[in-house]
Design a protein around this ligand. Structure first.
Ligand code: ASP
Ligand code: MG
Length: 463
């Protein structure tokens, strides 16, 4: 059971979590199953604050850093005061120790004036330590027997700070030896998402949003029968309900579909979550900790029969199209290589790409290094930039075998007089992406939802 930042953001949210875990632990016991393992994120917003803290400390802004640390402290102290009924002294001592360490870090950063990825991980990882200590205490107070396990004792990673990868054999062994026996004895194990440690014990993080990944790693290492991702949405929806009020919840979808959606900015699952869970065929449930009675969305390998074509429409704004034209491309090889090398050199991911004999169009979401990228590309091609672009992506297993989908998409958009600037279909054939002006995004999503979902909304896969 993984709880995201908003699920543990304050005392009220944590109270919900305690009830959810209690229910699950009770029903596991009644079924004769092992107790659940619980992974928590930091309280919403805290990881951002910690990263900011590290950055301003390294810039020598001492008093600002102190203020940020104070805010982080008081956020957690407030939760403890509101949530914990028993003697809070031992918990406050544990937290104080962490706060003291942090404040020493800040002094060190101030002195060295340099923030390395390794130091950043040591600071950023504190949010999960705070939240998990508080939650463990709340669970035990509510008589849900829980042991707190430091993720750094179990989730051993390589030393790519900021984007560490698990060392599988060791993680598996640790999970079996340090976690499973508790679960079999009916004790809930509570640990942190996002963080781990190297073999030599240096704290690492798995990358932003990495708690889902932690949940999948532990789930796979334990051979869990299911992974629950508790968040603040009811599950995966057919599209963003702020754009289309008729959006519906999907009761079930495939991993392949979820992965495509995740890459396209649907903020429900971290794409890497998919890997360990899919590999072992572990079903993943996306659930809302604020509305736990709603059954959420089940994500599985099993393909469901569904009469519709697409399952969901995702979109993201703030994208940039880069158009390249060059006669060098004609009958030549290696051109795409040269182009992608420029983007790679500036660590800028390319999202969509489409090519012809003499031109390439591609989209990027991160324009930080765009000027330098353009300057380099100009030595091999004519470059044209279009900003304020939205990418819309439709996803569904059935797109693979459905003739005429593209025609329906384009005519639905043509009727709204929306100009499509670029089109691409992923190799998986279950997604079609296209780029439009940002100002057309909402109309485009609405039109497609109307066109493709209105006739199939009675399907059993929708809630
Ligand atoms: N707390 C971490 C972050 O904000 C990890 C997570 O929430 O998944 O990135
Ligand atoms: Mg989070």
């Amino acid at each position: 059971m993984k709880f995201g930042g908003t699920s543990v953001e304050d005392a009220a949210a944590m109270r919900n979590v305690v009830e959810i875990v209690r229910k699950e632990a009770t029903s596991a016991r009644q079924r004769g199953d092992a107790a659940p393992m619980v992974i928590t994120s930091a309280c919403a917003g805290i990881t951002n604050k910690l990263i900011m803290l590290a950055e301003i400390a390294a810039q020598g802004k001492r008093s600002e850093a102190k203020d940020v640390l104070k805010a982080i402290k008081s956020h957690h102290q407030k939760i403890v005061a509101e949530l914990i009924q028993s003697d809070t002294k031992p918990l406050n001592e544990q937290l104080s120790e962490l706060f003291d360490d942090l404040s020493n870090f800040i002094k060190a950063l101030d002195v060295f004036g340099e923030l390395t990825p390794r130091l950043l991980d040591s600071v950023a990882s504190n949010g999960e330590l705070f939240s998990s200590l508080i939650l463990a205490r709340a669970l035990n107070d509510a008589e849900v027997r829980t042991v707190w396990v430091d993720a750094r004792e179990a989730l051993i990673t390589d030393d790519s700070f900021g984007k560490a990868q698990p060392l599988w054999d060791i993680v598996e062994k640790n999970a079996q030896e340090k976690i499973l026996p508790h679960l079999h004895a009916g004790t809930v194990v509570l640990s942190q998402g996002y963080l781990g440690a190297t073999m030599s014990g240096k704290t690492t993080t798995l990358g932003r949003g990495g708690s889902d990944y932690s949940a999948a790693i532990f789930g796979a290492a334990l051979g869990a029968s299911a992974i629950q991702i508790w968040t603040d949405v009811d599950g995966v929806l057919t599209t963003d309900p702020r754009l289309v009020p008729e959006a519906r919840r999907l009761k079930v979808m495939t991993f392949r579909e979820a992965a495509e959606l995740a890459y396209f900015g649907a903020k429900v699952l971290h794409p890497s979550t998919i890997r360990p869970a899919v590999k072992q065929n572990i079903p993943v449930y996306v659930l809302n900790s604020k509305r736990p009675h709603i059954e959420g969305t089940l994500i599985t390998n099993a393909v469901q029969s569904f009469e519709g074509m697409m399952k969901s429409i995702a979109h993201k704004k703030g994208q940039v199209i880069v158009n390249l034209t060059s006669t060098q491309m004609l009958d030549a090889y290696g051109f795409l290589y040269k182009v992608s090398k420029v983007f790679a050199d500036y660590q800028t991911p390319i999202d969509m790409i489409s090519t012809s004999e003499v031109s390439i169009s591609l989209t990027i979401g991160d324009a930080t290094h765009l000027d330098k990228i353009v300057a380099e590309l100009e030595s091999i091609a004519e470059v044209e930039i279009e900003r304020n672009i939205a990418i819309v992506c439709v996803v569904g297993d059935n797109l693979r075998a459905a003739p005429g989908v593209a025609a329906r998409i384009f005519s639905a958009l043509a009727q709204q007089r929306i100009n499509i600037k670029m089109i691409s279909q992923g190799a998986s054939e279950i997604n079609i992406g296209f780029a439009v002006d940002e100002k057309d995004a909402q109309t485009a999503v609405k039109a497609l939802h109307q066109e493709f979902f209105s006739e199939v909304l009675s399907s059993t896969i929708f809630a």
